[in-house]
Design a protein around this ligand. Structure first.
Ligand SMILES: C[S@@+](CC[C@H](N)C(=O)[O-])C[C@H]1O[C@@H](n2cnc3c(N)ncnc32)[C@H](O)[C@@H]1O
Length: 294
């Protein structure tokens, strides 16, 4: 927020329902019709420890606006610091962000893409970092997020003829939906220091691989392997004991079914977009875990 002044929003931003404005691997937009019937109707606080494109938060915000569910506050966290910095800029500085993005969109070319990609984020202001992040996300190959060992984004340019980069109304409606939302760069385990009985928490981790050779785990500098999947299941059990309402997505494989066998395991159908193995494309069964009855 600018100083202590409340932001003024144009009516268009207030009336448009927010939706993901980033391309994010594993985004949940296409699964929302299947997830929505399982959302609890009343809770005080919402949290998403693997926020990514935030499809589920935008949906909960919309359902609340329509009077279909009730909750008071939300807390979105993710291990990707550039992603969280981007949401902070959208929340607090959307007008300046739009000016910078307009400039990126006007100047877009191959040379420009690689010059922006090579910038060191430490030398940029938070809002410049956010504009760079959105610009690269919308013009890079497949919207992938991948960094090298020193944390530098290294995805090549995609072959879009006229990339959209951003929609002003979409960013403004996201900004409106993020007012009052707590945003933090954090490992998923950090939810333990915050969660209390009655909270609703949705976990959408990098999925366990369908086979040992098909893993896609490079959203951040740190991979998400078997150990992390087990640690996540421990967090889930701990929060269950605390009395939180929990929902979790993952792949439908023996390892995850074993980790969550004491909970309500539901099969949902999804189509996989990012998968190097062509046999993995098309409709596949995914796991939805709940620790409550609907
Ligand atoms: C499957 S994506 C979430 C997709 C999101 N639900 C959506 O609709 O776009 C997984 C997210 O987990 C984050 N992540 C990876 N390892 C993490 C960790 N150890 N703690 C917290 N977040 C992590 C990644 O940065 C990524 O944004």
């Amino acid at each position: 927020m600018q100083g202590n002044q409340p932001r003024l929003f144009d009516m268009e931003a207030v009336n448009i329902y927010p939706k993901p404005f980033l391309k994010w691997a594993g985004g949940k937009t296409q699964l929302l019709p299947q997830l929505t019937p399982f959302f609890p109707r009343y809770f005080e606080r919402y949290s998403e420890p693997f926020t990514g494109g935030a499809a589920v938060y935008w949906q909960l915000f919309t359902l609340r606006k329509q009077g279909l569910i009730q909750f008071k506050t939300a807390r979105l966290t993710d291990a990707n610091a550039e992603l969280i910095n981007c949401y902070v800029a959208v929340r607090d500085n959307v007008d300046e962000l739009i000016v910078l993005l307009t400039r990126h969109r006007e100047r877009h070319s191959k040379d420009y893409y690689y010059s922006i990609r090579s910038l060191q984020v430490e030398n940029l202001s938070p809002v410049e970092r956010a504009a760079r992040f959105i610009y690269l996300n919308k013009t890079c190959y497949n919207g992938l997020y991948r960094v090298n060992r020193s944390g530098q984004f290294n995805v090549p340019m995609g072959s879009y003829v006229n990339p959209r980069v951003f929609e002003e109304a979409e960013l403004k409606s996201a900004s409106f939906a993020l007012q009052g939302v707590e945003l933090k760069t954090a490992d998923f385990r950090e939810v333990l220091s915050w969660a209390q009985a009655g909270d609703f928490i949705y976990f959408d981790p990098p999925y366990a691989p369908l086979s040992k050779t098909s893993s896609f785990t490079s959203y951040t500098e740190t991979p998400f392997g078997e150990e992390e999947q087990q640690a996540l299941a421990s967090v889930f059990r701990e929060l269950d004991h605390r009395g939180c309402k929990l929902m979790l997505s993952n792949s439908w494989v023996d390892d995850t079914l074993a980790l969550y066998k004491d909970f309500n395991c539901i099969a949902v159908k999804a189509s996989r977009a990012i998968n190097s193995n062509p046999e993995g494309r098309g409709k596949i069964r995914e796991l939805l875990v709940l620790n409550y009855e609907v």
